[in-house]
Design a protein around this ligand. Structure first.
Ligand code: SF4
Length: 331
């Protein structure tokens, strides 16, 4: 094994914040190399230590669907992708049922996900109702459009404990959202006392190592409860479909690198969609999904791409993890 690579990996494991050049050395590793497997080994070890050996499963409910003018090319709701043509907001009863089902199945956190078109007050009210009905202290997390300080406080008051928010790869290039707005939202969430979860996403084969490094560092600097890496899912017939998808071994390398590059005070390291080699590489957070979903072309992802809690758990256990019971420690 190359000493130089082993040293970078060991330094990261022992708490050194790697610089861009060092991160690049790791991301450039061949997935068939000895160094790759050593990286996975140390990332997994660091991940297990950071979360006391307990992986988590978070359950997400998509609460609406329909064309979205932000036009993120990677998202099935982008108006330009012409996958969803009608605005549809799920009835509260359905959102409640899906949230309670996920909680009952053992999800450690419940997320409500909305497109950027959903009325903020409507989303808040949904959050209030779900919080009221959840039977345990499982945290409720918002995954929604950019928001300001006032809205961040309103989210907190409605019972949301945190947000999922990422500076996605290609902000301002493959969509109409400014990178700066994403960062300001994360800061607004922090000021309001909301926990932050983030991820380097959605990664496609065409993205340069430099671009991935930039987003790994942005995620690290957000001081989240979890970071991680997610690949873009191909939506047939859309502008990005010609690039295809990143393979799971390459994603395992990236999720392992994210773990090593992110301080161990950040306990969570997610990957999506759930897969065994990702968990072997140190992913300790998977998502179970219900309702609408930006990676799916149907209204109810649980009937198509979405994994349920049991399926996520089986993969984590297959990969040698124990799964936390009770409320998340990541948010
Ligand atoms: S990712 Fe969000 S903001 Fe972008 S098109 Fe989809 S719903 Fe709209």
């Amino acid at each position: 094994m190359q000493n130089k690579i082993k040293e970078i990996i060991d330094d990261a494991y022992h708490g050194k914040l790697l610089n861009q050049r060092e991160i690049k050395e790791l991301l450039d590793l061949d997935t068939g190399s000895e160094e790759f497997y050593y990286l996975l080994f140390k990332a997994r070890q660091m991940s297990a230590e950071a979360c006391s050996g307990k992986a988590e499963i978070h359950g997400q409910v998509g609460v609406n669907s329909g064309p979205c003018g932000c036009n993120c090319a990677f998202c099935s709701f982008a108006a330009e992708n012409k996958i969803f043509t009608e605005q549809q907001v799920e009835p509260l009863e359905r959102v409640l049922e899906q949230s309670l089902d996920l909680e009952q199945a053992g999800a450690n956190a419940i997320y409500l996900m909305a497109t950027a078109q959903l009325n903020f007050q409507g989303f808040l009210e949904m959050g209030r109702q779900v919080r009221r009905e959840l039977r345990t202290s499982v945290p409720l997390i918002a995954n929604m459009a950019d928001f300001n300080d006032e809205q961040a406080v309103a989210l907190r008051q409605a019972g949301f404990a945190g947000v999922y928010h990422a500076v996605r790869i290609g902000e301002g290039v493959v969509n109409r959202i400014k990178l700066e707005d994403r960062l300001q939202t994360i800061e607004a969430a922090r000021r309001a006392g909301l926990a932050i979860g983030t991820c380097v996403e959605p990664i496609g084969p065409e993205h340069s190592v430099e671009e991935i490094i930039e987003k790994i560092i942005i995620a690290r600097e957000a001081k989240p409860g979890f970071s991680g890496a997610m690949r873009r899912v191909t939506l047939p017939g859309t502008s990005l479909s010609r690039y295809g998808m990143v393979g799971e071994a390459r994603m395992a390398l990236i999720v392992g690198v994210v773990r090593l590059v992110t301080p161990r005070e950040v306990p969570g390291n997610c990957t999506h969609e759930p897969n065994a080699i990702g968990a072997v590489a140190g992913a300790n957070l998977f998502w179970a999904e219900a309702g609408s979903n930006p990676r799916d072309v149907v209204n109810y992802t649980e009937t198509n791409r979405g994994f349920d809690v049991g399926r996520c758990k089986k993969i984590l256990v297959d990969a040698g993890w124990q799964v936390l019971e009770g409320p998340s420690k990541f948010c």
